[in-house]
Ligand binder design. Structure first.
Ligand SMILES: [Zn+2]
Length: 335
């Protein structure tokens, strides 16, 4: 048997090997989120515009088991997250952290019922109080809102407006599709200061500094990797929602977080960033309160000003309708 006769077989196996390697190298794909590797054993799952994840999530390989941070808004998106976690880490999910009670961060809980769900005590109470109404809204009025969005004339929209439109469409679709199947699943491991989980591969800390974005917010810190998952304590290139927590304390919390040794920060909404993005959001808060003060000095309520909308400096930010709500909220605090 000469070498030339062997060549096709070598070539065949080589092509098979390349093909298999190529397929196994394909990252997990979901219409709801994009996986971004941050470090060894640490991934961010960044919500896609128009998908039903809505918030960002984290996947942490602890060594023998996996931790998920914020399991998205819908069981459908959470199912994909569970598959991605299994594919990336090879271990089952043992812990799921709920950063706060908002529906877009907890709807996927039921996909991880065999895991231990972690939140603060107050967040557990707020989920029990609010999530039944959120589920009811998904079964009833959300479909009317979705019909309005679908009926909107998109032909004259700018790219930015179109992106915003797609995002809200995904949000209300998420309500409508998950409403009939959602159940209230409450966390069972409660943290009121700090919880350390020591994995064989890496350690994580779940930390709460009290009120901020909501009455109670929990975030995740990976000390060896210097990575933070902040939930909605940080929005990047998205307007934050300020009306439910305490902005003064939110800023104190963010100042404390800036003192922590971090190289990467995953926000609740928007792309992966760093400490400088905290400065950007603190400046946003300042600008909101300055605008509210200007209305007070004019003797005019921002609620009555129909021309009040997000300024040009935040043109590229999503969730632009939150701007006016935030000014009205800050104006209310000045009285
Ligand atoms: Zn939130």
């Amino acid at each position: 048997m000469n070498e030339s006769k062997h060549l096709p077989f070598h070539l065949f196996f080589l092509l098979c090997f390349i093909g298999t390697s190529f397929l196994s190298a394909q990252p997990f794909s979901s219409r709801h989120f994009e996986i971004e590797k941050l470090d060894d054993g640490v991934w961010a799952a960044i919500a896609k515009i128009g998908g039903h994840a809505i918030c960002n999530a984290g996947i942490i390989d602890l060594g023998e088991e996996t931790l998920i941070f914020d399991p998205f808004m819908t069981p459908e998106a959470a199912d994909d997250l569970k598959k991605a976690a299994m594919e990336l880490t090879g271990h089952p999910v043992k812990y799921v952290v709920n950063s706060h009670y908002h529906n877009d961060h907890i709807g996927g809980n039921q996909v991880f019922e065999n895991a231990t769900l972690i939140s603060t005590t107050r967040t557990r109470e707020l989920i029990a109080q609010n999530q039944p109404d959120e589920i009811e809204y998904g079964k009833t009025d959300a479909s009317k809102r979705l019909a309005d969005i679908n009926a909107a004339n998109i032909t004259s929209m700018s790219n930015q407006a179109m992106e915003e439109h797609e995002m809200w469409k995904g949000y209300y679709e998420a309500y409508v599709t998950s409403g009939p199947v959602l159940r209230v699943i409450l966390p069972t491991l409660l943290v009121d200061h700090e919880l350390s989980i020591m994995g064989s591969k890496q350690n994580v800390k779940c930390i709460t500094l009290g009120t901020g974005h909501t009455e109670s917010d929990l975030f995740l810190y990976l000390p060896e990797k210097k990575i933070l998952f902040l939930g909605d304590l940080l929005f990047i290139k998205n307007h934050p929602w300020m009306k439910e927590g305490n902005t003064d304390h939110w800023i104190i919390t963010l100042d404390s977080i800036k003192m922590m040794d971090s190289k990467m920060i995953v926000p609740g909404h928007g792309p992966v960033g760093s400490k400088s993005d905290i400065d950007v959001m603190e400046n946003y808060f300042k600008q909101i309160f300055e605008t509210a003060l200007a209305y007070k000095n004019k003797g005019m309520s921002p609620e009555q000003d129909e021309s009040l909308s997000s300024p040009a400096s935040y043109y590229s930010w999503l969730l632009s309708m939150f701007y006016k709500y935030n000014v009205i909220y800050a104006y209310g605090l000045l009285h």
